[in-house]
Design a protein around this ligand. Structure first.
Ligand code: PMP
Length: 440
């Protein structure tokens, strides 16, 4: 660890806390990469680890995919961004629109945060109303409004009938939290009551069909249908955050439900490894962006929006992520989940795996959680999970997402799945006593 440790000392002199994204921070210091290929990442101290995080779920084909490298290299020689359009953005837009019949029009941006922000602003511009409703605990990026109640705990989450709107960032103005209605995920009655109370002021209901931070369980169909029907009745938009969940099927987790979101935010895998976001949905609603209109309700731009590098990489990545590839990665993930559950049983550790498609999250529980409050990790549980993940990273050379989740890539095979299962088994045995001490 010598080289990473030394580099971190230098990093601390340059960047706040030594990092530019808190995600990469870990004890005792962040680790620095020298190279990566497929599902393997080698750091500057020559440790090679198997990657089940894939840059927070964004690398659907793992690292350094040769087809993406070739296409991007060719584009690099022709320039990286212009104050003009490119054919590649149209071709890529067409590909995504053809994959999902709810996507009538699309616009590209550079991050999931930006996609969610632009989508919320479009909902407001279209409806002329200011409030939004979102689920307690759900992560939708760092736009002020989308960030409310992303992190709450028993001390501040409030009455379940009227969950508190809690800002993440200190200094967030009260007007922001007052304009965000928080509802409990998968709770029809309470959610509809809260929506009803605010029906005249709501621009949209923002929801993620398999919310990672709520607990990564698929949203219950009758719940989603109830919200959808309510929004139709009250002319409130239903907008989806599929920044992570687009990977679940060929056209997003929304394909699994009998509802039609008005708009969807995309990101992560559609960038082929480069920064990306997109807003896709109803043509009439998205006309708020239209520069040919007399009144442009939402002037939308962005210096690097639809840049040809991201568009090129994204198009290749999504072409490779065809129906067969989606089936294959989802099957490999199911194999992994079954093996891991069997290992937990053998180790006598209570484990529930939630998730959908090629993503899953671990919960040391006897019973599957259904909402954020049931998923909430008390401080001892959180400490144990951090220790567990450190054990996997430092002793077993396994990289996982710090919420205790795996996001597979198409490069993961039975070999990596077996490695993962064996390492987890060792971890289950090592931490068994601690796990049993807080699981009721
Ligand atoms: N929405 C969801 C559901 C996400 O998981 C994320 C990123 N983890 C975002 C939005 C924000 O995306 P980005 O980090 O690209 O801004």
């Amino acid at each position: 660890r010598r080289h990473s440790s030394a580099l971190y000392k230098k990093a601390k002199e340059v960047m706040t806390g030594g990092v530019s994204r808190n995600t990469i921070f870990r004890r005792p210091h962040p680790f620095y990469v020298s190279k990566a290929k497929g599902s393997y990442v080698t750091d500057i101290d020559a440790n090679t680890r198997v990657d089940f995080a894939n840059n927070m779920a964004s690398l659907i084909h793992g690292h350094a995919n040769p087809h993406i490298i070739e296409a991007v290299t060719e584009q690099l020689h022709r320039g990286t961004a212009y104050t003009l359009g490119t054919k590649i953005e149209i071709d890529f837009g067409e590909l995504l629109v053809e994959r999902n019949h709810n996507f009538e029009k699309i616009r590209f941006v550079n991050s999931g945060t930006e996609a969610v922000m632009s989508m919320i602003k479009a909902a407001r511009a279209y409806t002329g109303k200011g409030k939004i409703a979102k689920a307690e605990g759900a992560y939708h990026g760092t736009y002020d409004f989308a960030e409310i109640s992303q992190i709450v705990k028993p001390e501040n989450w409030g009455d379940i009938d009227h969950p508190n709107s809690i800002p993440v960032t200190f200094g967030t103005p009260d007007c922001v939290k007052n304009d965000v209605i928080i509802f409990p995920y998968n709770d029809i009655e309470r959610t509809l009551n809260l929506l009803e109370e605010n029906k005249n002021d709501l621009a949209c209901v923002l929801i993620d069909p398999v919310s990672h931070r709520v607990g990564m369980f698929p949203i219950e169909e009758d719940y989603l249908v109830a919200i959808y029907n309510w929004t139709r009745k009250h002319k409130v938009l239903l907008v989806f955050d599929e920044v992570v969940t687009y990977r679940v099927t060929y056209s997003g987790a929304q394909e699994l439900y009998p509802v039609k979101p008005d708009m969807t935010a995309l990101g992560k895998i559609i960038g082929g490894g480069f920064p990306v976001g997109a807003i896709a949905g109803d043509a009439k609603i998205m006309s708020v962006f239209d520069p040919t209109r007399k009144i442009i309700k939402q002037p939308h731009s962005g210096t690097f929006s639809a840049n040809p590098i991201t568009m090129t990489a994204g198009k290749v990545a999504m072409e490779l992520f065809d129906r067969q590839a989606v089936d294959d990665i989802n099957n490999m993930t199911d194999i992994a989940k079954n093996q891991i559950l069997a290992a937990a049983k053998e180790a006598d550790v209570p484990l529930i795996l939630t998730g959908a498609g090629s993503m899953f999250r671990f919960h040391f529980r006897h019973k599957a959680p259904r909402n954020y409050r049931e998923t909430y990790q008390c401080p001892e549980e959180r400490k144990l999970i951090v220790d567990f993940l450190d054990f996997l990273f430092l002793h077993e050379d396994i990289i996982m997402i710090n919420t205790f989740a795996c996001m597979f890539a198409t490069t993961i095979t039975q070999v990596e799945v077996d490695r993962l299962t064996e390492s987890l088994f060792k971890g289950f045995i090592r931490y068994k006593k601690e796990i049993h001490s807080f699981v009721k």
